[in-house]
Design a protein around this ligand. Structure first.
Ligand code: AMP
Ligand code: MN
Ligand code: MN
Ligand code: MN
Length: 282
């Protein structure tokens, strides 16, 4: 892919196929309108938005690679691994994602039970009414329902009081192992990228082990510039990319015009000495 002054990549965002609020075609249109020239849709544990995203991107003349954001459990915490330039027909990948989505259903029931005990009723049905894809229930859908019902003033408050790790309605997901997620991405011909490393509450030691393990397993990339990072964290993870020889990725992590910290295509450029992840696309 040739880069010009007008080149702009956004390789992480969500549609109604997971916990975003815009249909894949509308995410594509918004990305294009905001000047994105290389785009990926990376829904949580779900690829069903990809065909519409690809078709709309094609009609707009915007380069597109199929993507995924896989939920992983590593060192007893949730970690997100993005797979870019994947073949969405790959059976290993699809079977793995189906298993995660099945567990999301079980977890959603358990979260609703916990919320009911805390005096918040009807949250399973409520979350479902916000879900564009009934097979992909996320804490985001619960949070939207709880704000609508007036239990909390903001999504942030829902997470802080109820749904974040360690809070009273938190239920850990039965996610993929890191080895499995990388196997699925690699089987599907994709490039694996550690999503928004600045969000994880790992110790220094755990981060070092994570980066080494990921690299040994064939992981290639790390997100440096993302809507989930502060500018200080851009620098911090640019250094991690240099230190470990990771390819650098960037993405807004856009979910909704109202909720997202960063809009599609509004990312600052990455430090120019880093090797961008799209060099590995072919
Ligand atoms: P889940 O995959 O069901 O565990 O839900 C995780 C999703 O919740 C993330 O992908 C975010 O979209 C959303 N999320 C996590 N923390 C927050 C927060 N503090 N405020 C708003 N949304 C959040
Ligand atoms: Mn999300
Ligand atoms: Mn994520
Ligand atoms: Mn995301």
């Amino acid at each position: 892919m040739t880069e010009s002054l007008a080149f702009k990549a956004d390789l992480h965002c969500h549609s109604t196929a997971s916990d975003g609020v815009l249909a894949p075609a509308d995410v594509a249109t918004r990305a294009h309108a905001n000047g994105v020239t290389l785009w990926s849709l990376t829904d949580h544990d779900e690829i069903r938005g990809i065909p519409q995203a690809a078709e709309t991107a094609r009609s707009l003349g915007m380069s597109f690679v199929a993507g995924i954001e896989i939920s992983v459990t590593w060192a007893e915490r949730t970690l997100h691994v993005v797979g870019l330039n994947i073949d969405i027909e790959n059976s290993g990948l699809n079977e793995g994602l189906e298993q995660i989505r099945r567990d999301r259903q079980v977890r959603a029931r358990l979260m609703a039970d916990k919320l009911a005990e805390l005096g918040i009723s009807g949250s399973y049905e409520g979350a479902l009414s916000y879900a564009g894809n009934p097979n992909l229930l996320s804490r985001t859908h619960f949070a939207r329902y709880m704000v609508e019902q007036g239990h909390c003033k903001s999504m942030q408050e829902v997470f802080d009081r109820y749904l974040a790790d360690g809070k009273p309605a938190y239920v850990a997901g039965e996610w993929a192992g890191l080895d499995q997620a990388l196997e699925w991405i690699h089987a599907a011909g994709g490039v694996a990228v550690i999503a928004h490393p600045g969000r994880y509450k790992y110790s220094r030691r755990e981060f070092t082990t994570l980066f080494r393990t990921f690299k040994l397993m064939g992981g290639k990339g790390i997100e440096v510039v993302t809507g989930s990072h502060t500018p200080d964290q851009y620098h911090q993870y640019a250094n991690v990319a240099r230190q470990y020889g990771f390819l650098a990725s960037c993405g807004s992590d856009f979910h909704s015009p109202q909720e997202s910290r960063m809009d599609l295509g509004k990312l600052p450029p990455m430090p120019s000495d880093l090797v961008p992840v799209w060099k590995a696309f072919n």
